[in-house]
Structure formats: C-alpha cells, structure tokens
Design a protein around this ligand. Structure first.
Ligand code: PLP
Ligand code: TYF
Length: 394
C-alpha cells in the first residue's frame, strides 16, 4: 500500500527554513519564510494576545465543543474588521477555519460543489499553495498576468487583457492586499475596474486576505475587498489571523461568503458547516477566541491596533532605508519599487543564479524567485543586503 505512494515535491519556502538553520555562518540573514520578525529577529507574541490569554485562562470554565462553523461572536468580529461596521449581516455566511489556508481550501471545495466546471483564475505569480491546492482538488486553473518584470509594479493592462476571457461561473482569485510574492498591489481605481469586469462577466471573486494591517493600515488594506463586496452580489473572502495577530501556530482563519440574499446565505452557511464536518469537524478555537476578545474589548483592541501599527511602520521604515541605501549605491532610482511595495514581501527581479550567489557568498536567504521578507531585516542588516545586491549584479 504505502509503497505505491509517489514522492511529493517539498514546499520550497519551508525547505529554505531548514537550509537556513543548517547554515553555520553567524552573520547569515533569513529573508525567506513570511513570518514577521522584530529588530532582534524574534517573532513576538503580541501584547494584546498575551493579555487575552491571561484573561481567558482565568475565565474559561470549559473546553467542550463549540459550533461546527465556529462561534457567532468570532464571525461578527471578523466580518466587521474585514467588511467594516454596517456590513450586510443578513447576506454574510461565515466559517471558522484552520488558518487562512483552511479558508482557501474550504472556499475552493465550496466552489467545486457549486460548479465543478469553474475555472479558477490566479495571478502569475501567486502564493505557491494556491496552485498546489487547486491541482490537488483537480480544479481547472488559469493564470492571469500580474507582475511587470520591468517596473516591478502591476501589469494592469496585461491582467485586464487576460481576464477578458473569464466566463460566468468562473472564479477570480485576488490578493486583498500585500500581494505574495511580489509586494505589488492594485490601487482603488484598478480595483473598481476589476469590479466592472467581474460584474460584466458574471464571475465570482475569491479574495485571499492574509495581511490586513501590514500594508497601509487595517481599513486601507481592506478597501479593495470592501469595494468588491459593495459592488458584487457574491464574494468569497478567505482571511488569516496568522500575521496580523501573530498567532501563526494557533491556526486561525475565517471564510466569509457574501450571498445575494438571505436564503442563499443560509444555503451557503449550511454547506460551509458541512465542509468543516467532512474535513476536520470543529476548527481550532483558542486563536479564534483570543481574536474575538481582542476585537470586542476596547482596551485590548487599542493595544493590538497600536502594536500592529508599530509592526507595519517598522516594515515601511525598512523599505525606505533599503530603497535609499540602494539609490546611493546604484546611483539611480531603479530600486525605488521597494519603497512602493507593501506588506512583508518584495520581488527583487533577480535571476535564480543571483539569488544563489546571495546565499552562497553572502549568507543571505531569499526565495528562489527573488522574493525577500522585509521583516527579516533590521537597521544593521539593510546596508549589508544593499551592498550584496549590488555585488551580485542585481
Ligand atoms: N494566503 C497567503 C497569500 C499567505 O501568504 C498565507 C500565509 O501564510 C496564507 C494565505 C495563509 O496563512 P495561514 O494558513 O498560516 O493562516
Ligand atoms: O509565503 C510565506 O512565506 C508565508 C508562510 O506552505 C508560508 O505565507 C509559506 C509556505 C507554506 C505555509 C506558509
């Protein structure tokens, strides 16, 4: 039986973590996996999370099962954070999931149940797990152009040109903010044009929102998602709490389904709970409970928002420092895109050979497509990276 299995390709990003750990060089720099790190290289437990955990430890009297779809209070708190106060609650179905990845997986399974023939359109490039999960589920997938290798911005004309072929019943997967792996994002005018296209074609958007609060702020990062939700009758949103609450290993996420009416919402809600039951029954509760406490308690929320803003601004500061170091060394503004990108990542546009040189000669680790995690830097390592980038001819 087991000998019939075929070896699976490892996750390149996670494999890089192992390679980095095994590297004996003391001055090595990890710009690989997308985890926030502070200036000392630590991924801290956020202050509000610690405080909520203490309160929960004192108050929690049972750990019995919750509800298959998760707690209504979690649904409401997350829907409010993502869609804004005053969202149409009578049209929103919600499902607690195993992280943002679980939300993506359940969203795709929901789509497959509703329309097994749907083509899922994904940006080129995208987070590799989008593609592996789609292939695993046997769903039709097509790429749309997204990244402009010359400007390192969005190739919006190419994207819209490719999406002309989208048909009614298809799904367009969009990154809500902080595009992974490029760091290049749509502006609001572009989001509005995407909404027009979706309206015309009758396709449904699936928005992956894994970095709300890491780009331009909690509300600004949800602006594209909110615009789409205001315009389209049906929208799926797969959100993660891993990054913005720093609770990666708690596996906390949510799937929201905006339906055209309450009867369809109820149908979606029942099917979503069914999907949790088939795949893993109840989703983890601990992280979802902490998130609910933080979002609904004024003082915990203020503490969390303050720390999240510090995290966001520290990454923006590193972006500006790196762009300015490179401006000085290159004598041009060709790395200015680093300060324009948002979120944890920027795609440098270096060749695989140059990325390998950075690793071998400078002990600097980034993903093979030249994606670097800005949060892996600090004020001391930024100039070291800038010199290495120029030294490797990037
Ligand atoms: N989507 C994107 C684009 C991501 O980068 C991540 C990051 O890990 C996720 C979804 C899901 O995250 P998680 O399953 O850890 O919540
Ligand atoms: O893209 C990243 O680095 C993060 C973390 O299988 C991650 O999203 C990477 C790979 C993976 C799960 C999470």
């Amino acid at each position: 039986m087991l000998n019939n299995l075929k070896p699976q390709a490892p996750d390149k990003i996670l494999a890089l973590m192992g390679q980095f750990r095994a590297d004996p060089r003391a001055d090595k720099i990890d710009l690989g996996v997308g985890v926030y790190k502070d200036a000392t290289g630590l991924t801290p437990v956020m202050r509000a999370v610690k405080a909520a955990e203490k309160q929960l430890w004192e108050a929690e009297t049972t750990k019995t099962y919750t509800a298959l779809a998760g707690e209504p209070a979690y649904h409401a708190a997350m829907a409010g954070m993502i869609l804004g106060a005053g969202y149409p609650a009578d049209r929103v179905a919600a499902l607690a999931t195993v992280g943002g990845t679980g939300a993506i997986r359940q969203a795709l399974e929901l789509i497959r149940m509703a329309n097994p023939d749907a083509t899922i359109w994904v940006s080129d490039p995208t987070w590799p797990n989008h593609l592996t999960i789609l292939a695993y589920l046997g769903m039709k997938t097509r790429l749309y152009r997204y990244f402009d290798a010359d400007t390192r911005g969005v190739n919006f004309a190419g994207m819209m040109d490719d999406l002309k072929e989208v048909k009614a019943g298809d799904v367009v997967l969009l990154h809500g903010c902080c595009h992974n792996p490029t760091g290049a994002n749509l502006n609001l005018t572009e989001w509005a044009a995407v909404a027009d296209l979706l309206e015309r074609s009758g396709a449904m958007p699936l928005i992956d929102l894994a970095y709300q609060g890491f780009g331009d702020g909690l509300d600004a990062d949800a602006a594209g998602t909110r615009l789409i939700a205001a315009r389209l009758p049906q929208v799926l949103i797969a959100a993660s709490c891993s990054k913005n609450f720093g609770i990666y290993r708690e596996r906390t996420g949510i799937l929201l389904a905006l339906a055209p009416d309450t009867a369809t919402r109820d149908l979606a809600q029942g099917t979503m709970a069914y999907l949790n039951r088939q795949n893993y029954s109840f989703a983890p509760d601990h992280g979802a409970r902490l998130v609910t406490m933080i979002l609904t308690d004024a003082s915990l929320r203020k503490e969390w928002e303050t720390e999240l803003e510090q995290v966001r601004l520290s990454m923006l500061g590193l972006r500006e420092q790196l762009a300015s170091e490179l401006r000085a060394l290159a004598g041009s503004d060709r790395f200015g895109f680093i300060a324009q990108h948002r979120g944890m990542f920027s795609r440098l546009g270096a060749s695989p050979e140059q990325v390998e040189r950075l690793r071998a000669e400078h002990g600097i680790y980034m993903v093979g497509d030249s994606r670097l995690n800005i949060a892996g830097l600090n004020a001391t390592t930024v100039p070291i990276l800038a010199r290495a980038i120029i030294d490797c001819g990037i």
